[in-house]
Design a protein around this ligand. Structure first.
Ligand SMILES: NC(=O)c1ccc[n+]([C@@H]2O[C@H](COP(=O)([O-])OP(=O)(O)OC[C@H]3O[C@@H](n4cnc5c(N)ncnc54)[C@H](OP(=O)(O)O)[C@@H]3O)[C@@H](O)[C@H]2O)c1
Length: 280
């Protein structure tokens, strides 16, 4: 039987509606600062999408732009200004930063309580400890999709392919915090198929098409495709959707799976930063 498809677009829209109703009861309104360095075309598209979502649900957004030539010192100084600005609840640093800039230094400069993406070492440390904090949006979106699809997580064997700070590592920690038994695979893992064939849940966040093929999954597995790959005008995930969907019980498509959840979770994280700061 072909897999059921997880409709990430629909689940994200309903979460956005929930966020809009939460925001309608808040005064003053939450404010998200979106920090962009340079003119990377993809970053311009993503930051616009994030600002549009804020507008749609009633969150104030403030774009802060610096030229690609900005020094690390200038960037950090601008972030410190936002940290001490009482009207700003949450700060997002759009990645990637220009090559000459040390991403770790910049992300660590964001005040932990305004770190809406959950990339600050303090928030990643809390995630590793399993204590409450702000978790990164995309992995949090994956857990939300799984729960909304009634996937039982506790006791399940999960494999995450990819170990980035943005997706793979935090996703593995979130699954562990949900009592999954988690294996992380990466570019140096030999025979990834041997791990994934044992898994009840397989999440792929690599950035290469066909990383997961049908011979690598067991019948009835749940498959989450985080990857986004451009093939001409078309978007493709990391999973061979056609083959894998014949064996999996549940699968996310690309586009329309994990993608829309990232912005929806960003809105939730902005509200969470606001509530923490205003004790509401
Ligand atoms: N849907 C969304 O909203 C969303 C959000 C963020 C990212 N994404 C997408 O998700 C994908 C991953 O993003 P990212 O930021 O995590 O990428 P990344 O920082 O480039 O990390 C990729 C990870 O994949 C691993 N890898 C590379 N080749 C591999 C292979 N052949 N087999 C197994 N593992 C391999 C790398 O291993 P090493 O660590 O050993 O190098 C690394 O850990 C991209 O397509 C990105 O566009 C989507």
């Amino acid at each position: 039987m072909p897999a059921n498809i997880i409709d990430g677009k629909k689940i994200a829209e309903s979460l956005l509606e929930q966020s809009a109703s939460e925001v309608s009861m808040l005064s003053p309104k939450p404010c998200l600062a979106i920090f962009l360095v340079g003119e990377n075309p993809a970053s311009l598209v993503y930051t616009k999408k994030k600002a549009d979502a804020c507008k749609k649900i009633g969150i104030e957004s403030r774009m802060v732009k610096l030229p690609a030539s900005a020094s690390e010192q200038q960037i950090v100084s601008e972030i410190k200004t936002l940290n001490s600005d009482h009207s700003v609840d949450a700060i997002l640093v759009q990645l990637p930063l220009p090559d000459a800039i040390d991403e770790d230094n910049v992300l660590a400069a964001v005040a932990a309580e305004k770190d809406v993406d959950g990339f600050h070492p303090q928030n990643l440390g809390k995630l590793a400890l399993g204590t409450p904090g702000i978790a990164p949006c995309t992995p949090k979106g994956v857990i939300y999709l799984l729960k909304q699809s009634n996937v039982q997580l506790s006791g399940k064997r999960a494999v995450v392919i990819g170990r980035s700070r943005i997706v793979g590592k935090p996703l593995a920690l979130l699954l562990l915090n949900e009592n999954c038994t988690v294996t992380i695979c990466h570019s140096k893992t030999p025979d990834i198929g041997a791990m994934t064939r044992e898994a009840d849940i397989v999440c792929v966040a690599v950035g290469k098409p066909n990383t997961l093929t049908s011979d690598m999954v067991k019948k009835g597995a749940v498959v989450i495709d985080v990857g986004i790959n451009r093939e001409g005008e078309k978007l493709k995930g990391d999973v061979d959707f056609e083959g894998v969907s014949k064996k999996a019980s549940l699968i996310t498509p690309v586009p329309g799976g994990v993608g829309p959840m990232t912005v929806a979770m960003l809105m939730q994280n902005t509200i969470a930063c606001y509530r923490n700061r205003h004790k509401k």
